[in-house]
Design a protein around this ligand. Structure first.
Ligand SMILES: NC(=O)c1ccc[n+]([C@@H]2O[C@H](COP(=O)([O-])OP(=O)(O)OC[C@H]3O[C@@H](n4cnc5c(N)ncnc54)[C@H](O)[C@@H]3O)[C@@H](O)[C@H]2O)c1
Length: 275
């Protein structure tokens, strides 16, 4: 199919719709780490941000920091597992900013444990936050998103959703479910003009990761990454902003890894023959 509109007009349209200025985003898990970086990156692009987190104090701190930098943000306490919290956060988006264009779900929990005697309570809470929370939030936001001309959802999964490691059973299985949930959302909601993508970060230096790793394990992990280092939250945030923006208007139902090449490398040492 050809597009017979004036190329100059097309370029103007593209420039206009590509900008995020004045759009509204809700970032769940926005009080720390990757979510915090995403909230800042949106604000730096002129997006009005609802920073939502289980920890209202942390959401508040991030919203204050954004405002101090000249951005626009509102904090809300929200547990992604509680429908009434979700409803309140979405009502806030509507009352404060008149709707919602972009939703990011970065809320997540990790409970390392061996499968053989896994505590089923911890197993279920991984699913409750990492999978059901994402579904409850996104489907509750759908009504508002449907009204936006540039609606998009970005979920934050993990490389652990596609690769196994010891003690990562409850986390990895829940993150695998989130990847598939996101694909299905992308396919189902395309008819509403809502794009849905999922980012699988590798190792990113955030409080969640640092609480679960020693200096030695961090160094050992970095050695296995082709780029030779762990990621910064900002590097995931840049991808999230791109995926949420109209720059990614033909990308939906995709998992995108952001991992310094880790997922694609068999080994980082050079293969050298003896001869
Ligand atoms: N850091 C990494 O290396 C890494 C790698 C892969 C994936 N991830 C994923 O990225 C996301 C963000 O992780 P992070 O490293 O920034 O961790 P983080 O602990 O710094 O941030 C997670 C935030 O989610 C919030 N949260 C937890 N449960 C919640 C709930 N029920 N409702 C609302 N908010 C809740 C926490 O309060 C916290 O502010 C998680 O989904 C995590 O699984 C992180």
């Amino acid at each position: 199919m050809t597009d017979d509109r004036d190329p100059k007009a097309l370029r103007r349209d593209w420039m206009r719709t590509s900008t995020l200025e004045g759009r509204v985003a809700l970032v769940a898990g926005g009080g720390s780490g990757i979510g915090e970086a995403i909230a800042h990156a949106f604000a730096a692009n002129g997006v009005r941000v609802i920073v939502a987190d289980l920890r209202p104090d942390m959401a508040d701190g991030v919203a204050r920091a954004i405002k101090a930098e000249g951005g626009e943000a509102t904090a809300v306490g929200m547990d992604v597992c509680k429908q009434e919290d979700i409803d309140q956060a979405l009502a806030k988006a509507e009352s404060a900013y008149g709707g919602l264009d972009m939703l990011v779900n970065s809320a997540g929990v990790i409970a390392p444990q061996p499968l053989v005697d896994a505590d089923l309570g911890k197993w279920r809470s991984s699913f409750e936050v990492n999978v059901e929370g994402a579904l409850m939030l996104a489907r509750s936001a759908l009504q508002l998103l449907k009204a936006s001309p540039v609606a998009s959802v970005v979920n934050i999964s993990s490389l652990a959703g596609g690769r196994a490691y010891a003690n990562g059973g409850s986390y990895g299985t829940s993150k695998a479910a989130l990847i598939h949930l996101s694909r299905t959302m992308g396919v189902e909601w395309a008819e509403h003009g809502v794009r849905v993508n999922v980012i699988s970060p590798g190792s990113v230096l955030t409080p969640l990761l640092l609480a679960n790793m020693t200096r030695e394990t961090q160094a050992a992990r970095a050695e296995r990454i082709p780029l030779g280092r762990m990621g910064a939250p900002r590097e995931i945030a840049d991808l999230a902003v791109f995926l949420a923006s109209p720059m990614a208007s033909y990308i939906t139902a995709q998992e995108i890894c952001c991992d310094g090449g880790l997922s694609q490398a068999l080994m980082v040492q050079k293969w050298q023959s003896d001869s």
